[in-house]
Design a binder for this molecule. Structure first.
Ligand code: LMR
Length: 401
């Protein structure tokens, strides 16, 4: 079975973490995978999470299976974050949620659902996008195409080109949008642009699938959900993949959710049946621990307040690092303007560095970033930003020599 196989190249993002671990250079800096780091470079467990875990541990009396669609009540708290309190779409019973193993699991359940109910669907992802989108939709045997997203000279959303691409999508096609903090570019749609996209999708019968992995890392929990809410106001059907890896720091607990909005409540219940079938065939039922933490934190007023404060702290630290990087690059004599970095949102920024420059940064300076030129801004600290900025400037100057 295996003798004819050729080695598979490492994953373009998670492979970097493995290479970073092996690197013995004491100055090494990891700006690769999207994992939050604090001012000392660690990825701590949030205090609200620790407190919830202590309570859970004391009260837990069984490790029996969760239901196929996940922890009872979990869907409700997820929908609260997505749509806000007293949302009509929830009151009307138009939304169903299944708990999934991480945001990737949510996307894969969505992909399998689409493949099952409409196998001819073409899925459109942004160019560029998170590379795993191609793996996930490809694994479900769906056709995947790209729409232009980034104006590469200005490192902003290429909105006219995006809108033009929408006219090429067919009714029933699926458009994957990043709810906020676009991965990899950090360039987000404005409120007006979301409105225009939502209206056009609704008019053309194209279904939005929102990859929502960074709620709270852009401008805050509520503002970051505006895109999703605009889509739900206009489009009869919307799919949303949530991840709690980043905003709860629960990376290895694999907590995510897929929410599907349908035109009518009766359809929502039918779709829930399909979602359970997909979940059952993939992993039977989701893991409990992380979902219990998220549920407890979101339903306990004190823990929730603490979590929101900690989330704000993470967002603000990233924001400070963006400013510091731009200033330091300028001080070190960067031959181009990097001020766009402070306009980008979330953990990631597109630096505009070429794959060759990225390779040089890794080989010569042990600075790790995705070959697309994406950096995880949260990997920067006051201690390493000078080293990183100096290395970037040296690499850029080498090019212009
Ligand atoms: C990233 O884009 O770095 C994160 O979403 C981690 C991952 O799974 O790729």
């Amino acid at each position: 079975m295996f003798e004819h196989l050729q080695p598979v190249p490492p994953d373009p993002i998670l492979g970097l973490t493995e290479a970073f671990r092996r690197d013995t250079n004491p100055r090494k800096v990891n700006l690769g995978a999207g994992v939050y780091r604090d001012a000392s470079g660690g990825t701590p467990i949030l205090a609200a999470v620790k407190a919830a875990e202590a309570r859970l541990l004391a009260a837990e009396n069984s490790k029996s299976y969760l239901p196929i669609d996940g922890l009872p009540g979990f869907g409700e708290v997820v929908q609260g974050l997505l749509f806000g309190t007293h949302a009509t779409v929830v009151a009307n019973g138009r939304a169903v949620t299944v708990q999934t193993p991480g945001g990737t699991g949510a996307l894969r359940v969505a992909a399998d659902l689409i493949a099952q109910v409409r196998p001819e669907t073409r899925v459109w992802v942004s160019d560029p996008t998170w590379p795993n989108h191609f793996n996930i939709f490809g694994a479900a045997r769906l056709a995947v195409d790209t729409y232009p997203y980034l104006d590469r000279s200005r490192l902003e959303v290429a909105f006219d080109a995006l809108m033009e691409a929408l006219t090429r999508m067919q009714p029933g096609d699926v458009m994957v949008l990043h709810g906020c903090c676009h991965n990899p570019t950090g360039a987000d749609l404005s409120d007006d642009q979301w409105e225009a996209v939502a209206r056009t999708l609704a008019a053309r019968g194209v279904i939005p699938l929102v990859d929502f992995a960074y709620q709270g890392f852009g401008d805050g929990l509520e503002p970051d959900a505006q895109g999703v809410r605009t889509l739900v106001r206009h489009c009869p059907e919307v799919l949303i993949a949530s991840s709690f890896s980043k905003n709860f720091g629960l990376y290895n607990e694999r907590v995510g959710a897929l929410t599907v909005v349908t035109e009518a409540a009766t359809q929502a219940q039918v779709v829930l049946g399909y979602l359970k079938q997909v979940a059952r065939a993939n992993y039977s039922n989701p893991p409990a621990h992380g979902a219990k933490i998220v549920h407890m934190v979101l339903t306990d007023p004190e823990l929730r307040r603490q979590w929101e404060e900690e989330l704000t702290g993470m967002r603000e630290r990233i924001h400070t690092m963006r400013h510091l990087l731009v200033e330091t690059l300028h001080e070190k004599g960067a031959p181009r303007d990097f001020s766009f970095l402070v306009r980008q949102k979330g953990m990631f920024s597109y630096t505009g560095l070429t794959p060759e420059q990225v390779d040089l940064l890794r080989e010569k300076y042990a600075i790790y970033m995705v070959r697309s030129g994406r950096i995880n801004v949260a990997g920067l600290t006051e201690h390493n930003v000078g080293y990183v900025a100096g290395a970037i400037v040296a690499v850029l100057k080498q090019e212009t020599k």
